[in-house]
Structures are given as structure tokens and as C-alpha cells.
Design a protein around this ligand. Structure first.
Ligand code: GDP
Ligand code: ZN
Length: 356
């Protein structure tokens, strides 16, 4: 049976849980979510749990609902029913815009220590995409590590590594192969007992193959299996957290595969440190580096001292963020209107009852 530390428990969660520590309650970590039933790992084994009506009612939005990786408070009643009565504060999270409501955040994975940003060295290799993933990771509370998989079929591994280093000299880059297992040992420093690792990367780069090799058996269907077996595909729809033999926990969820940028990324300044540095030379302090006169960033891109592709990507990401902010602004306005309508009604009925 696992102890809490091996599931990722630490002082942060212990402190938050202290408010709940009463007989009948236990802490647990969400490993899988499927049709509103959550599989929760506790010290005394696995529990299937549902979210209590109160948590649902009091959640300010979907982002407050439990997600894979969350630490939750479980209440066990005598009938053996198990309810989630609180989500403990997260150390970080990966979120996406939920389908349907573009501006609502849905957490796809929580409390992650390290995120493996996986690319394939077989032609899929795209530094622009790695740039995006770095930006996403910055906001998640997790430490990013760039993983270049399929080193067995790469033309030039060193060149690819060097290219990633130009994007961010501080981020660790590892070239591995899930096919023959080369350099997998380099992953071990991130896979310490109780540490949680998530994988992020496009379909086909080898995330499932990496997880399978780390686990030591085929726990996830890989692409060829998925293609020939629709049941295999179904199995991977569950969001899951898998304990590794070495004691770490790995999260590989479909949600992680569909991540988009969310919110006003404070991370953009870190991911584009070179652009921030150049911006010091812009004529206007609030220069957006688009069409402003005297823009040092645009000039650098034109002169080639800043990679023009990197500049284009920067502009694209800024536009995406602006669009999102605009929509969030609209939503906030709508919420405000709705709120004042409700308040207005309440006020009117109060006045009515008083007048009587
Ligand atoms: P996912 O969609 O990211 O989970 O990718 P999969 O794990 O399903 O892998 C996609 C395809 O790439 C499969 O056909 C794998 O066999 C293959 N693949 C995965 N890792 C490697 C690798 O290191 N080298 C080579 N040559 N092929 C790999
Ligand atoms: Zn500028």
C-alpha cells in the first residue's frame, strides 16, 4: 500500500489538510477521471469517488473541480460511499479552454513537478512548437525539460539539441529513444520517488512509448495499436496518473495533448528573454513590436540579428493572447451585466416587501 509521500504528499498539502483532519476524512490523490467518477489513491488503497454536491455548487468555475493530480479530501460514509468534499490548494496546474465555453478554464492536470516537452527527431521536429510548449510550461508551476525522442532515427542529434538551446539556454535538453531505450537513464533525476512528471507533445512523438518503457510494460496503447484497435483508443481516453517502478508518478492525459495557451502568460517575458532585452531599444516604452516606428525588435528581425521565424511566432502568440483577453473581457462584462440584473431584481423585491 502506498504511503502519502510516495504519492507526492508534502508539507504544502499537509498544512492545507490540517483544517480537515477529522475522523471519517482522508486525503487522497486523483489518478483518473471517467464520467464524473474519480479514481482516488489513498493510504489504504484506491477509492472510487464522486464530487460532493457542495463542491460542485460552491465551485466558482470548472477550474475548481478536481482534476488528475489533485489532492482531495475524501469523506467515507458507513455505506461505503465516498465523496470528494474539497480540493486542496494546488502548487500549479495545466489548464485549457473548455470546449463550448472558450473563456472558461478547465484544469487537465494539477501539482506537477516536471513537464517533459516531447518532440520527435523524425521530421516532426519543430522549434516553433517547442517555443509554444515552453511558454505553456512556464505558467504551470512545473519545471520544463525538452525531450527529443526518436534519437535512433535522427539525422543530427547534436544540431537539434543546439537549436533548442538557442530557444532557451537554461532549459535542460535530452535526446532519447523510446525504441531502443538509449539515454533513458538521463530521465532518472526527474523521476525521484513522490515526484510527478507530465508529458506534453503532439500526437505521434512517442509519449505513450516513453511511458511504456518507463513502466516496463505496455500500459498505454501506442499509435499502431490505436490505429488497429478501437478499444485501445478508448482506453487512452481516461485521464490518468501512473506510478512508476522507481517511485515517481507520470501523468499522460489526452487533455494534456490538447493544451492551448491560457490567459495572460507572465511566462512570455521569460520565454522571450532575447526579445525583452531588444525591447529596451524601442522608441516607445509600451511598444508592441508590431508596426510601431523605432521598434528595435522589428528592426532586429529585419536585419536578421533576431531569427525572423522566432519574431513571427512571437507576434502570433501575442495576437492569440490579445484575442483571448478580448474574449475574457467580454465574458467579464456579461457576467457583470447578469450580476447587476440579479441585484436589481433582488432590490426591487426587497423594496416591494418593505412597502407592504
Ligand atoms: P504518442 O502519440 O506521442 O503517444 O506516440 P506513440 O508512443 O504512440 O508513438 C508514435 C509512433 O512512433 C509509434 O509507431 C511508435 O512505435 C513510434 N516511436 C515511438 N518512439 C520511438 C522512437 O524512439 N524511435 C522510433 N524510431 N520510433 C518511435
Ligand atoms: Zn518594439
Amino acid at each position: 500500500m502506498p504511503d502519502l509521500t510516495s504519492l507526492g504528499w508534502n508539507d504544502h498539502f499537509a498544512k492545507a489538510y490540517a483544517l480537515w483532519a477529522k475522523p471519517g476524512y482522508v486525503p487522497g490523490r486523483v489518478a483518473l477521471e471517467h464520467n464524473h467518477v474519480l479514481r482516488v489513491l489513498t493510504e489504504s488503497g484506491e477509492q472510487l469517488a464522486e464530487v460532493s454536491g457542495r463542491v460542485k455548487h460552491e465551485a466558482a468555475g470548472r477550474h475548481e473541480m478536481p482534476a488528475v493530480g489533485d489532492w482531495v479530501v475524501l469523506r467515507l460514509d458507513e455505506g461505503g460511499r465516498c465523496q470528494i468534499c474539497a480540493v486542496l490548494p494546488r502548487t500549479g496546474r495545466f489548464a485549457r479552454k473548455s470546449a463550448g465555453d472558450w473563456t472558461e478554464e478547465q484544469v487537465v492536470a494539477a501539482n506537477i513537478d516536471t513537464v517533459f516537452l516531447v518532440s520527435g527527431l523524425d521530421g516532426d521536429f519543430n522549434p516553433r512548437r517547442i517555443e509554444r510548449y515552453l511558454l505553456l510550461a512556464r505558467d504551470s508551476g512545473a519545471t520544463p525539460v525538452v525531450i527529443l525522442n526518436k534519437a535512433d532515427v535522427a539525422d543530427d542529434v547534436e544540431e537539434a539539441i543546439a537549436l533548442v538551446r538557442t530557444l532557451d539556454p537554461d532549459v535542460p535538453v535530452l535526446a532519447i529513444s523510446a525504441a531502443d531505450g538509449r539515454d533513458f537513464d538521463a530521465l532518472n533525476v526527474y523521476l525521484l520517488p513522490g515526484k510527478t512528471v507530465a508529458l506534453l507533445g503532439s500526437s505521434g512523438v512517442g509519449k505513450s512509448s516513453i511511458v511504456n518503457r518507463l513502466v516496463g510494460s505496455k500500459v498505454l496503447p501506442t499509435r499502431s495499436v490505436r490505429e488497429s484497435d478501437s478499444r485501445g483508443r478508448h482506453a487512452s481516453v481516461h485521464r490518468q496518473m501512473i506510478p512508476l517502478p522507481g517511485g515517481a508518478l507520470v501523468i499522460d492525459t489526452p487533455g494534456m495533448r490538447e493544451l492551448q495557451l491560457w490567459g495572460t502568460e507572465s511566462g512570455s517575458a521569460d520565454s522571450f528573454a532575447d526579445i525583452s532585452a531588444l525591447a529596451g531599444g524601442c522608441r516607445f516604452r509600451d511598444c508592441r513590436h508590431l508596426k510601431e516606428p523605432g521598434c528595435a525588435v522589428k528592426t532586429a528581425a529585419e536585419e536578421g540579428t533576431l531569427d525572423p521565424a522566432r519574431y513571427d511566432n512571437f507576434v502570433k502568440l501575442c495576437e492569440e493572447r490579445d484575442e483571448l483577453e478580448r474574449r475574457q473581457g467580454e465574458k467579464a462584462l456579461l457576467d457583470q451585466k447578469r450580476q447587476s440584473k440579479i441585484m436589481g431584481k433582488a432590490l426591487k423585491s426587497m423594496q416591494k416587501t418593505r412597502g407592504r
